[in-house]
Design a binder for this molecule. Structure first.
Ligand code: NDP
Ligand code: MG
Length: 352
């Protein structure tokens, strides 16, 4: 394990050099990894583990498209592809890669097969951290571990195939065998991680839920709506309001920030923009700090988890979601967005 200094704070990080694939294979040589669920993470992690030489089986309900996809990917029914319960019975490391609501529904089947010495593996801290809400409480004599790839499921496989890797966070919740630390690192390296950052189940899920409700999704979409609607109220045209709220940000500014940070972004703006951004960022920061406080409390109290579980378990959840998304799509702001996207320079030729 190395210490890496992040802006003055030292964190535990494990690299492939410190924990090579050969060591991972040695640690897991007597284990059968049962990957439960073949949605987004399931196929990526199961195939990477298989290609890296681990003993892997897949557990997937059928009939389903996911089962068919597993067959196409080379998993053999009754040899390496089973129904969920059968796989859980055969596996010694049960990799529980169902969505949060699916994990709740499938738990009784999994729990039955968590015999002493097995390990229960997650890629998200939700089920364990919010056990009051999810009822996911593993027996005391199994290891409970987590590897959460940072980034979309698709990249886990894509980057592996390209010979690269992803970064992941890892955590041990329960170390019943004394081997949980080695097992989690071996799994992390096995699924193709390059760097493994230490965390806890609780911190992983608190930051994930807060981040997506905050800057990553909720806050950004909300602040965009506020600015667009304000411009419109002040008599600006839809295209002007949209360009100055979304288009410039996504098309030209965010890539600069991704490249070299906020100071680099500002260094590449006009002096007028720089001055204004530096003067006003504090005011915006102050305005939203109380919202983060409220949001984090809502996450930590389990309120967000309860809401997600309750919403997801409604029969008409999909229709309800589609209604909300289509309202967004059909709002003046996002209809303007669709038109602005059509007029991007790369589409000029097609139009003329
Ligand atoms: P998906 O939504 O893609 O999982 C779908 C799979 O779960 C399918 O195989 C589906 O089967 C099965 N499934 C769903 N509900 C049930 C159920 N009630 N009973 C049995 N099987 C069920 O999940 P993800 O791959 O997105 O997420 C898996 C885990 O990984 C989660 O903990 C998530 O938080 C975590 N994660 C996901 C990331 C991502 O990018 N998606 C990134 C990092 C972590 P069927 O086809 O039959 O419906
Ligand atoms: Mg997230």
């Amino acid at each position: 394990m190395s210490k890496i200094n992040f802006g003055g704070v030292s964190e535990n990080v494990v690299t492939r050099e410190e924990f090579p694939l050969e060591k991972a294979r040695e640690v897991l040589k007597n284990e059968t990894i049962a990957v439960i669920g073949y949605g987004v993470q399931g196929p990526a992690q199961a195939q990477n583990l298989r290609d890296n030489g681990f003993k892997v089986i897949v557990g997937q309900r059928k009939p389903s498209k996911s089962w068919d996809k597993a067959v196409v990917d080379g998993w053999k029914p009754r040899k390496s592809l089973f129904e969920v319960e059968e796989a859980a019975k055969k596996g010694t490391i049960i990799s529980y890669l169902l969505p949060d609501a699916g994990q709740i529904a499938g738990w009784p089947l999994i729990k039955k097969h968590l015999t002493p010495g097995k390990a229960l593996y997650f890629s998200h801290g939700f089920g364990i951290t919010f056990s009051k809400e999810t009822k996911i409480v593993p027996p005391k004599d199994v290891d409970v571990i987590l590897v959460a790839p940072k980034g979309a499921g698709r990249s886990v496989r894509k980057l592996f195939v390209e010979g690269k890797g992803i970064n992941s966070s890892y955590a041990v919740y329960q170390n019943a065998t004394g081997q949980a630390e080695d097992k989690v690192l071996a799994m992390g390296i096995g699924i193709g991680s390059g760097y493994l950052f230490e965390t806890t189940f609780k911190n992983e899920v608190y930051s994930d839920l807060t981040g997506e409700r905050g800057v990553l999704l909720g806050a950004t979409v909300g602040i965009m709506e506020a600015q667009y609607e304000f411009f419109r109220k002040m008599g600006h045209s839809p295209s002007e309001a949209f360009n100055e709220t979304v288009e410039e940000l996504t098309q030209s500014l965010i890539p600069l920030m991704a490249e070299q940070g906020a100071d680099w972004l500002l260094a590449n703006c006009s002096t007028t923009a720089q001055r204004g951004a530096l003067d006003w960022k504090g005011e915006f920061k102050k305005a939203v700090q109380p919202v983060f406080n409220k949001l984090y409390k809502s996450v930590a109290s389990g309120k967000e988890a309860r809401r997600v579980i309750q919403k997801n378990s409604q029969k008409n959840y999909r229709q309800g979601l589609e209604k909300e998304l289509s309202e967004m799509r059909n709002s003046e702001m996002w209809k303007t967005g669709a038109k602005v996207r059509e007029l991007r320079p790369e589409n000029w030729k097609k139009k003329i």
